[in-house]
Every structure is written in structure tokens, then in C-alpha cells.
Design a protein around this ligand. Structure first.
Ligand code: PLP
Length: 397
């Protein structure tokens, strides 16, 4: 029995086997309790009140920013709260759509989530820049030769996932960032999947931007993070306009606040940010290195058990390089039928294209089944899943 399961009320209140943490993680009791306590005892809007409640709320919100900064090793002013990874990427891409021009190029990869694909495609349409996509090999790895071939002095931004939400493969981002910087391009790393599975140090990575969502990191929904290097953030125009992001306003002109406020127009999702801070406290007590090690072992066990089933085809054939996420199809049976049969046995997995149609097209499949791990999973969950999967396959064979 996994020792962390008891920290998550959902596992006391239901009999589910939850293998869909890549979509969103379950919440530990301390995060749920913080939301209840904050709304019950300390709630007032941030950055604008004069009473104690408002000051406490502001302090807690800014303290949450500090916790995020420590967690990813970023200077605190370079941590911007958004409502999720999708908004963080849109913020950067919409800024670039005003900075890019015809002749410039944007480089992403085939294994991106739509959140790191569509905003860049649109930024290119708006600006006249060229949209380029690096291929993924059959084993599930980004094709470095193709990356080098498509990268040039024309490339202004490279935007890549750290860990693919379909293939479970980690990109060699240190090497890719260095290659991109050598031609003068900036780099955004989509850390939506890596953030919950490994320690992150944005300064050691040397990326220009790093984004993730709180709800995939055991925190509440509606909160996300954009980290950026100071000069990278300063060159971007504001994403939204309104209260809390201005220095001065007059009929003639408006001037904008410095980062991070420049990008936090309106009432921010501060309760959610405070909840994320508590999730980070919880994870820091366990240690991200420890989480990474045990999830790697569990992924290995999952893959070992899955390879007992000969009719399975993996998305990304190299099973040795997967971390926490495994997608597959079962020959001759529609993934939705299997997911339905698993659901009937209280096993939660994901079925569909997982918001990543281009990578599914690479693997000549429109949909797949995805199993993804969280820190609360254990070998008993995997055994229950494999038994249920074998049963589901015999039903449809
Ligand atoms: N990027 C990746 C790799 C993801 O897996 C996801 C969500 O599944 C996103 C971006 C978008 O995250 P959100 O929907 O929380 O904004």
C-alpha cells in the first residue's frame, strides 16, 4: 500500500483506481483544507484593501508566489500567475504575434499538446512568420537531426514540451535549448507534464519561458504559472488590460506596471494560488527526487505488466524511456470500448487523442488509451488495472 494514499480523501471516499493523473491530479487533504479555511477565515480581495483581511490575503498570495519561485528555482518577480498552462502559452504566443514578422520562423514539435501547437500556429498566421514542426521518431523521441535541419537564424522562438503527455518521453531540453540559443532563438518549455514528476530548476535549464498548470501538480484548478527571464518578459506586451496592471492612467495614455503585475490584469486567481502553494509545501516534504525515483520504478513495473499482453501496440516503441505516462492501443479493439469496460471496473484511464492529434497521426491512430501515474499509485493499482484490462480484452476478442 502506497503511504501517500491516505493523504488523499478521494481514496477514502471511493474505491477508484486512478490512473489519469496526466489529465489532472487528485488533491491532498491539506490543499482541500486550505481552500475551506481561507474562504472561511481570511477571504478578501488582494492588492487593494486596507483592512487586515485584505492584507493577510495579499501576504498569502505573494507568499504562494515565493513558494512557486523556490520550487522551480526562479527569482520571485519572474513568476506570473495565470489560470493555467494554456493561458501561459497564449500569453507568450500572443505577445510574439506582435513581435514576429514575415521571414521569421517558429519551431515546435509533432508531439506537442494542442495548447503548445495552436497558439503558435495562430501567432504565425497573424504575424506572417513561418510555422515549422520537428518530427518525432517511431521510438517516441524528438528527431534531433530534423530539429537541427529546421533550426536557423530565422528561428525566433522554439516551443517544446518537456515530457510528452502522450508518449511519456522526456525531451533532451538542455541540449535543445543550447542549440536554439546558438542561433539566437528564445525557448519556451511546456512543463505541464514534467512538473509533477521531477525536480525543475528553470535557471539551470536556461530556458526563456517555462509554463505549467497547478491542477496537474496536486493543486487547485484555475491556476497556472508562467516563468520568464526578465528580458524575455519585459519585451512582451501585456496580454490583458485592466485593473492591477497599470502604473498610471490618463485620457492621453496608460503606463504599465513592472513584472509580474504587468501580466496579472484584474482579480487574480489568488485562492487557487494559495492552494497551489500548499500543494508545493506537501510535495517539498516528500521531495521531488523521491517522487521521480518511485514513479520511474512504477512505470517500469507498469510496462513490464503491459508487455504480458501481446496484442498491445505502444505509442512510442521504446518502452525504456517512458516516465509516468504510457499510451497504447489494443489490436482489433477500439480504445473507447476498452476504456468503457475499465470504467465499469472503477479504473480511471484516459481515452481519446489527449489534445494531441498530430502525434496520433504520426502513429497512424486517431485515438489511444493512456495510463498515467501520480505519487499515490502503487503496484496494487497496476495489478488491478492489468487484471481489468485482460478481462476487457477477452470481452471484445
Ligand atoms: N501541455 C501539456 C503537455 C498538457 O498535457 C496539457 C494538459 O493536458 C496542457 C499543456 C494544457 O494544460 P491546461 O489544460 O491545464 O491549461
Amino acid at each position: 500500500m502506497n503511504i501517500y494514499k491516505k493523504d488523499f480523501p478521494i481514496f477514502q471516499n471511493t474505491s477508484i483506481i486512478f490512473l489519469d493523473s496526466a489529465a489532472s491530479t487528485q488533491k491532498p487533504r491539506c490543499v482541500i483544507q486550505e481552500l475551506v479555511d481561507f474562504y472561511s477565515t481570511s477571504y478578501a480581495n488582494v492588492h487593494r484593501g486596507s483592512c487586515d483581511l485584505a492584507n493577510i490575503a495579499t501576504q498569502k498570495y505573494e507568499n504562494a508566489r515565493q513558494k512557486v519561485a523556490n520550487f522551480i528555482h526562479a527569482p520571485v518577480k519572474q513568476v506570473i500567475f495565470t489560470k493555467g498552462a494554456t493561458e501561459s502559452i497564449n500569453l507568450v504566443a500572443s505577445g510574439f504575434s506582435r513581435l514576429l514578422k514575415t521571414g521569421d520562423e517558429v519551431l515546435i514539435s509533432e508531439s506537442e499538446h494542442h495548447a503548445n501547437f495552436v497558439p503558435w500556429q495562430q501567432a504565425c498566421l497573424l504575424s506572417g512568420a513561418t510555422f515549422k514542426v520537428v518530427q518525432t521518431n517511431k521510438d517516441g523521441q524528438l528527431d534531433i537531426a530534423d530539429f537541427k535541419a529546421k533550426l536557423s537564424k530565422k528561428t525566433k522562438i522554439v516551443s517544446l514540451t518537456h515530457l510528452s503527455n502522450v508518449l511519456g518521453v522526456k525531451n533532451p531540453i538542455e541540449e535543445l535549448i543550447e542549440l536554439a540559443h546558438n542561433v539566437g532563438a528564445m525557448v519556451l518549455i511546456d512543463g505541464s507534464q514534467s512538473i509533477a514528476h521531477m525536480p525543475i530548476d528553470v535557471q539551470a535549464l536556461n530556458c526563456d519561458f517555462f509554463v505549467f498548470s497547478g491542477h496537474k501538480l496536486y493543486g487547485p484548478t484555475g491556476i497556472g504559472v508562467l516563468y520568464g527571464k526578465k528580458e524575455a518578459l519585459n519585451q512582451l506586451p501585456p496580454y490583458q488590460y485592466g485593473g492591477d496592471m497599470i502604473k498610471t492612467v490618463s485620457i492621453e495614455e496608460t503606463t504599465f506596471s513592472d513584472i509580474p503585475n504587468k501580466f496579472e490584469a484584474g482579480t487574480p486567481p489568488f485562492v487557487e494560488a494559495i492552494g497551489l502553494g500548499v500543494a508545493i509545501d506537501y510535495l517539498s516534504q516528500i521531495g521531488m527526487k523521491q517522487i521521480e525515483t518511485s514513479e520511474k520504478q512504477l512505470t517500469h513495473y507498469l510496462l513490464e505488466r503491459l508487455t504480458e499482453i501481446p496484442s498491445i501496440s505502444f505509442m512510442g516503441t521504446d518502452t525504456n524511456i517512458k516516465q509516468g505516462i504510457v499510451s497504447f492501443t489494443v489490436n482489433g479493439i477500439h480504445p473507447s470500448d476498452i476504456a468503457f469496460a475499465l470504467g465499469k471496473q472503477h479504473i480511471c484511464v484516459r481515452v481519446g487523442h489527449h489534445c494531441a492529434i498530430p502525434i496520433h497521426e504520426c502513429f497512424k491512430s486517431s485515438v489511444s488509451l493512456r495510463v498515467s501515474l501520480g505519487l499515490y499509485n502503487d503496484t496494487e493499482d497496476i495489478d488491478a488495472f492489468i487484471t481489468a484490462l485482460k478481462k476487457a480484452i477477452t470481452l471484445f476478442e
